[in-house]
Design a binder for this molecule. Structure first.
Ligand SMILES: NC(=O)c1ccc[n+]([C@@H]2O[C@H](COP(=O)([O-])OP(=O)(O)OC[C@H]3O[C@@H](n4cnc5c(N)ncnc54)[C@H](O)[C@@H]3O)[C@@H](O)[C@H]2O)c1
Length: 341
C-alpha cells in the first residue's frame, strides 16, 4: 500500500490517498458505519459487514425523497449519534450522503470516498452538501465538511470516457487559476492523463485539490474570492440549462464556458491574447468541443438574465487577465451577444 496525505485545516477536511487497494473500504472503523453507494459503485465496497444502501445512479436521485429513504433506513439500522455515514460514489452520492449526515440526529460525521474524477477534485472538499429541489439544482444544502476524504485513483479505470473528461475540465480550470505545477503536468503528461495512468492521476488530483484548498481556506463560506472557482461557470450553467442538464456533461459545459470567458475578456480588452490562445490550445488538445453549432444565443442570454434576478440585478463573470490573474467583472449585453453568436 502506498498512502500519503494532503493536510487540510480542520474546517476543510483531511484527504488521504490510497494507491492499490483491493477494496476501498478497508481500514474503516467506527461504532456504526452506514455505507451509501449507487449501483455503479457498490462493487467497490467488497464484502463489508456493515449496512449498505444502494441508490440508482443519476442526478434525479439527489432528491428529498432519497434523503427520507436514507434516513428511514438509518433509523431501521438503529443508527444513533455515534453513526458515521460513508459515501462511496460520484458527486451525487457524496452530496446526498453528506447532506443527510448533516441533518441526521442534528449531524453525524460523514466520510467521503469519491469515485468519479469530478467528485475527487471538486465535490469532495469544501464542505458543500446539497440536493435538488423544485426543479433547481442544489437548492437545499448545508456547509458540512467531511471528517475524512479517501481517494483511490485506481477506481477511475471503470469510469466512462465522458464522465472522465467531465472531471478533467474542472482540473484544467484549477490549473488556470493558479500558477504552479498543475498546468505543467496537464500539458506535459496529456497522453498519460488520457490513458489514466494511476501515478500521474494521483499527482493530478493532489495538485488540483491543493488549488481548491487554497480558495476554501481563504473564503470557506464563498463570500468572495472562492467565487473564482466559477471560472467559465456562468456560461456553462446557461449551456447545461439550455440542454435540460442532460445534453452536455458539466465538464463539457465548463470547457466551453472557459473558452467563452476568454473570448469575453479578449473583446473587452481585459485578457492577454497570448494567454487566451494558450488556453484554447489546451482545451482543444484534450478534445473539448468549443464551437458548438446550432446554439440559441437568445436562450442562453435569457438564462443568464434569470441569474441576474437572483443576484440583485448583477451578474458578475469570472474573467482572467492571464494565468493566475483572475477577477470578477460585469459584461455588457452587446459583448455577450457577440460571444454567443
Ligand atoms: N459539493 C460540491 O462542492 C460539488 C462540486 C461539484 C459538483 N457537485 C455535484 O456533483 C454531482 C456530479 O458529480 P459526478 O459528475 O460525479 O456525477 P455522478 O455522481 O452522477 O457520477 C457520474 C456517473 O458515473 C458513475 N460512476 C461514478 N464513479 C464511477 C466509477 N469509478 N466507475 C464507474 N462508474 C462510476 C455514477 O454511477 C454515475 O452514473 C452534481 O450533482 C453536482 O452538483 C458538488
Amino acid at each position: 500500500m502506498h498512502d500519503f496525505q494532503v493536510n487540510l485545516p480542520p474546517a476543510v477536511t483531511e484527504v488521504k490517498f490510497f494507491g492499490n487497494k483491493k477494496h476501498i473500504t478497508e481500514e474503516l472503523n467506527a461504532a456504526k458505519l452506514l455505507f451509501v453507494s449507487d449501483s455503479n459503485t457498490q462493487g467497490f465496497l467488497g464484502d463489508i459487514d456493515f449496512p449498505s444502501y444502494v441508490i440508482p445512479p443519476g442526478e434525479n436521485y439527489k432528491s428529498r425523497q432519497t434523503v427520507e429513504k436514507l434516513s428511514a433506513w438509518a433509523l431501521r439500522e438503529g443508527a444513533g449519534r455515534d453513526a458515521v455515514f460513508v459515501a462511496v460514489g460520484g458527486g451525487v452520492v457524496c452530496d446526498l450522503t453528506a447532506f443527510t449526515a448533516s441533518i441526521y440526529m442534528r449531524g453525524v460525521p460523514v466520510i467521503l470516498v469519491p469515485t468519479s474524477l469530478l467528485s475527487m477534485v471538486d465535490a469532495s472538499i469544501g464542505g458543500k452538501t446539497g440536493i435538488n429541489f423544485a426543479g433547481y439544482k442544489n437548492v437545499l444544502g448545508t456547509f458540512y465538511p467531511a471528517r475524512e476524504v479517501r481517494i483511490v485513483p485506481e477506481v477511475l479505470k471503470s469510469l466512462s470516457e465522458r464522465e472522465y473528461f467531465s472531471g478533467l475540465a474542472e482540473v484544467i480550470k484549477h490549473a488556470l487559476l493558479q500558477e504552479g505545477d498543475l498546468i505543467k503536468l496537464i500539458v506535459e503528461q496529456r497522453e498519460e492523463i488520457i490513458r489514466r495512468n494511476p501515478a500521474v492521476l494521483e499527482e493530478l488530483i493532489r495538485q488540483s485539490l491543493l488549488v481548491k484548498k487554497s480558495y476554501i481556506e481563504e473564503d470557506p463560506l464563498e463570500k468572495g474570492i472562492r467565487g473564482h472557482l466559477n471560472l467559465g461557470h456562468t456560461f456553462a450553467h446557461a449551456l447545461e440549462s439550455s440542454g435540460n442538464f442532460s445534453k452536455w456533461t458539466h465538464g463539457e459545459a465548463v470547457a466551453w464556458g472557459i473558452h467563452k470567458a476568454m473570448e469575453t475578456g479578449l473583446l473587452m480588452g481585459l485578457t492577454e491574447p497570448s494567454y487566451a490562445g494558450r488556453v484554447e490550445k489546451i482545451l482543444r488538445d484534450f478534445g473539448y468541443e468549443l464551437d458548438i453549432p446550432g446554439l440559441n444565443s437568445k436562450d442562453l442570454l435569457r438564462i443568464m438574465q434569470q441569474d441576474k434576478k437572483k443576484r440583485e440585478g448583477r451578474v458578475l463573470f469570472v474573467l482572467q487577465k492571464s494565468h493566475g490573474t483572475t477577477f470578477f467583472s460585469e459584461v455588457p449585453e452587446e459583448i455577450l451577444k457577440q460571444v454567443l453568436s
